[in-house]
Ligand binder design. Sequence first.
Ligand code: SF4
Ligand code: SF4
Length: 141
Amino acid sequence: MIKQKIVLRFPPHVVEQPTIYHLIKDFDLMVNILRADINPKKEGRLMMELSGSESNYQRAVEWLQEQGLQIINLEQQIIWRSDLCTHCGACTVICPTEALMFERPAMTVRFAEEKCIVCELCLRACPARAMETLVENANFG
Ligand code: SF4
Ligand code: SF4
């Protein structure tokens, strides 16, 4: 099994193709769309998590490249420095996936890394610089 977060860049001529349908039906992958920015007849971007067997994943990557799509593997990680966090909550307002949220009843902030889509909005929002980014082997192939 493989689980990989990627960004797909669609050239304009591919934007209206049923790409996600093929990933699910032809390659038996689970597709979890995390963010989408698709405009008909313009370049589009989809951030998603793909999971399935390694061989199906590799076949799907080759097929996507043949279709003219660019695939960016997200190996970036966001680190929450709990020692620096003042639990002000500024990041919980802007985090699009609720990876950063208040825990009740203590009303302290918690970071659920598995929900993070590495959008980096929290890095700019955090006054205490408690959010950091770690890039491991970013592959833009
Ligand atoms: S990078 Fe920060 S704001 Fe973006 S999803 Fe991850 S925790 Fe939330
Ligand atoms: S913005 Fe920074 S200091 Fe405030 S709760 Fe979020 S991580 Fe903690």
